[in-house]
Every structure is written in C-alpha cells, then in structure tokens.
Design a protein around this ligand. Sequence first.
Ligand SMILES: NC(=O)c1ccc[n+]([C@@H]2O[C@H](COP(=O)([O-])OP(=O)(O)OC[C@H]3O[C@@H](n4cnc5c(N)ncnc54)[C@H](OP(=O)(O)O)[C@@H]3O)[C@@H](O)[C@H]2O)c1
Length: 293
Amino acid sequence: MAGRPVDRNSIAFAGLGSMGAGMAHRLLDAGFTLTVYNRTEAKTAPLVQAGACRAASAAALAGHGTVMLSLSDEKAVESVLFGEIAAMMAPGTLVIDTSTVSPSYSRAACERLSAQGVRRVEACVVGNPQMARAGKLRVLTAGDRQDAEAAQYVLAALGQEVRYTGRPGMACSVKLAFNMMLGAQIASLAEAVSYAERAGLDRGFVIDILANSGFCSPVLQFRAQIMRTGHYQPASFRAELMEKDLRLAVGGATDLGLALPVTACAAQRFAETVAAAGPESDAAALLEIQAQR
Ligand SMILES: NC(=O)c1ccc[n+]([C@@H]2O[C@H](COP(=O)([O-])OP(=O)(O)OC[C@H]3O[C@@H](n4cnc5c(N)ncnc54)[C@H](OP(=O)(O)O)[C@@H]3O)[C@@H](O)[C@H]2O)c1
C-alpha cells in the first residue's frame, strides 16, 4: 500500500523487556534515532542514558513513521498497540511487530491495521537478548512483500539474517516451530541431568559432559550454562513465554487437525515451572522442578 515515505529518523519502540531492550540498544548503536516506551517506566532509563527519547505514553508513539513492538504476548499487543497507539496512527505508518503471537492473531492484527491504511510487518525473531544487543538475531518476516522490504532498513541492523516467509502468519508459524524444538530440548535436558544426578553423578559434571557433546546445539548449550550456574533470574527467556509459545503451537496445530503430544507435554512442564519458580524465572529453571520430582 502506498503511504507516506518512511522517516528514517523517527523510529518508535514499545516494549523494553529482555529482547526489546537489546534491540533498542542495537538500533541506537547502528545510528537510529529512537523514541522508547515501556509500561514499567524504569526500564527506559538505560535507553535514555544511551541517547533515546522517552515517550510520555504509548499513545505518543503514534506520530512516528515506524513503530516497533517487542511485547510479551497477544494481551500486551492488544493493550499497547490496539488500546493506545493504533487509533492515532496515520495511513502509511509502518508497524514492525517482533512479539511472538499466534499466526491467527497476527493475521487478524494485520487486517485490523490495514483497514486504516497502516502497514504491519510480522518480524519474528530467533535468538537471545545478547544476540539482540549484538545485531545477531535471525529475523523472519511476513506480510505484504513491499512492506517487508520497507522494514528491511531497520531489520538489517538487528539480524544476521532476515528472511521473508510469505503471507501474514507464516513467520509466526516458523517461529513457533523453532520454539517447539527448543522447549522439548530444554525439557529433555532437564530430565537427562536430573536422571544422572539421581544416579549419583555430580550435576556440574553431567551438564558439562552433555553440553560439550555433539548431542547439544549452541542454543541448548546456552540453556545448559544457565542450569550450570543455577541463576534463573533475570531471565534470558522466561518460562512463562516458553509455555505461551508451546501452547500457541498446540492450539494452532489442533485447528489444523494435528496432534503435538511432545509439545503439549513440554508446555505442561513449563506451566509447572512458572507455578513453582514464578513468572520471572528463565525456562531453564525447569531443571529445579524436575530435580524435585
Ligand atoms: N527472550 C527471548 O529469548 C526471546 C527470543 C525471541 C522472541 N522472544 C519473544 O519476544 C517478546 C518479548 O520477549 P522478552 O523476553 O523481551 O519478554 P519480557 O522480558 O518479559 O518483556 C515483555 C515486554 O512486554 C511488556 N508487557 C507485558 N505485558 C504488558 C501489558 N499488559 N501492557 C504493556 N506492556 C506489557 C513488558 O512491560 P513491563 O516491563 O512493564 O513488564 C515488557 O516490555 C515475546 O513475545 C517473546 O516470546 C523472546
């Protein structure tokens, strides 16, 4: 859709959690001028110190040509984007949403914004907060191809790879597929470590030997390191968000007539982790829950 030209100097960013803060810092490092908003205002301080402007409210982001989001879930997107910003956005505004939501929600969000001439690019990110900070994410885009290309000038600063996947919802589907593998592998690692530990082996020894083997991917090594230290807060990826992603995958698969028994089981384990360790704990805290069984 034709819109006003994107103003490269007016990027707005809502959601400065683990990923959002990393991405926002990266954009500042890359020379962008940023205006930031976060529900918990204290989290804007490091960004303001690094040169960003603080928006007085989410609604104040609406005047920017490009609005980026990194919010925990659909409820947060409803609250921030649709509750405060969307109604005041001008036609042609480019929304780049990096929040992990369901494919169906993403499609609906795209249609709702499109009805007022606002362009939405689904930009799911694969990686951790350190990778976000370093511009090393993998970014999966979906939506109108021209809109995705219009978002490239920002996304190229965030990702070592930016790949277009197709119509709205497609990037979310690939992202959830990644996290299905991640969730099952973290659950499996937690069981393997607790099994060996119960058999009398030292936890650190077992984690080291498993993590340094060909059985462990770099992503699982990252989680294994968190298990090794036992420091689950502040989280790199909260168990609550891991559970959310697995639940979205199971729900979406059910709609497609597909059962995901392993993913459903892993989702249950992360729900138990949240209940026992609290919503702020990293997904790797599943080890502590498993070890007590
Ligand atoms: N962490 C990772 O490794 C990773 C990797 C890839 C993708 N993701 C996805 O990226 C998104 C952000 O993840 P994260 O790890 O950065 O999460 P996070 O640290 O929990 O941050 C969540 C952000 O959402 C905001 N938020 C939550 N509920 C809200 C509400 N009702 N109203 C307004 N703001 C709300 C939080 O504000 P407050 O600060 O006020 O709570 C915070 O800014 C999620 O969709 C996640 O699944 C995460």
